[in-house]
Design a protein around this ligand. Structure first.
Ligand code: DC
Length: 242
């Protein structure tokens, strides 16, 4: 699958010049990872956005997991074909699928409902992992997701596992929706978060786990600035994450 990710060139390429930030949905990873990348002059890689874009691609081709429930083999062949044709580009802060800007569309409810099933597919994970390592081979990155430190970049120089209590994650997500003019029930969002945690942690391939050498940060009750300060101190202090 061709890809042309953009990144800010911030020094000599190194496979280990990676800040790997993992954690559950809504823990605030994207906000801090994006800011950290800016502060450090590293590229930012939102790997959840990549899984969302591939989910959108399958939805458009009518071969998302829910569309293919009755014919798994044929469904998988169609997904593999769609994946092979997909061109994913990640210019700063945006996601392009086959040349079209899908940055907003990958956040819709339709994508949300299918992305856990898509991200559980080993052939999708293999393709995304290759693409993620390809980005990292070009220069330093801050990569956020679920398996950055545990699977894709086991030799990342810095590993962080960012967590927060489910209720707090639901509250933050509702605030986020509110800024976009969407009113949603906190109870519904909490139920969805709990369900997504369950699916992401229970899948066989690259489940959401804390890498043993990742620094654990619980951001419950912590403003994003405080989390940022801890991350910057960790990276700038050249502390090996243990
Ligand atoms: O972080 P997010 O909500 O945008 O992630 C969307 C989905 O993709 C979520 O269900 C978990 C999955 N994901 C994954 O399996 N591995 C990653 N590295 C990133 C996201």
């Amino acid at each position: 699958m061709p890809a042309s990710p953009t990144f800010r060139d911030a020094g000599a390429p190194s496979p280990r010049a990676v800040v790997a930030i993992d954690g559950p949905s809504g823990a605030g990873k994207s906000t801090v990872a994006r800011q950290l990348a800016q502060q450090l002059g590293f590229a930012f890689l939102d790997t959840g956005a990549m899984y969302r874009a591939i989910t959108l691609c399958f939805l458009r081709r009518g071969c998302a997991p829910a569309d293919c429930a009755g014919e798994p083999d044929r469904g998988q062949a169609r997904m593999r074909a769609a994946l092979a044709d997909a061109k994913l580009e990640l210019p700063a802060g945006r996601v392009l699928l086959n040349g079209q800007d899908v940055t907003a569309e990958i956040r819709t409810q339709e994508v949300e409902a299918q992305v856990s099933a898509v991200s559980a597919l080993p052939f999708v994970r293999a393709a995304m992992g290759d693409l993620q390592r390809q980005v990292a081979s070009k220069g330093p990155i801050v990569a956020e997701g679920r398996d950055m430190g545990s699977v894709v970049f086991p030799d990342a120089r810095w590993k962080i596992y960012l967590d927060a209590a489910p209720a707090e994650r639901a509250r933050r997500r509702c605030q986020d929706f509110a800024t976009k003019g969407r009113v949603v029930s906190e109870a519904d969002v909490l139920a969805e978060i709990v369900q997504r945690d369950r699916l992401d942690s229970a899948r066989a391939d690259a489940p959401l786990v804390r890498a043993p050498d990742a620094v654990y940060i619980d951001s419950t009750g912590l403003p994003a600035e405080a989390v940022m300060a801890r991350l910057l101190a960790l990276v700038r202090g050249e502390t090996r994450a243990t």
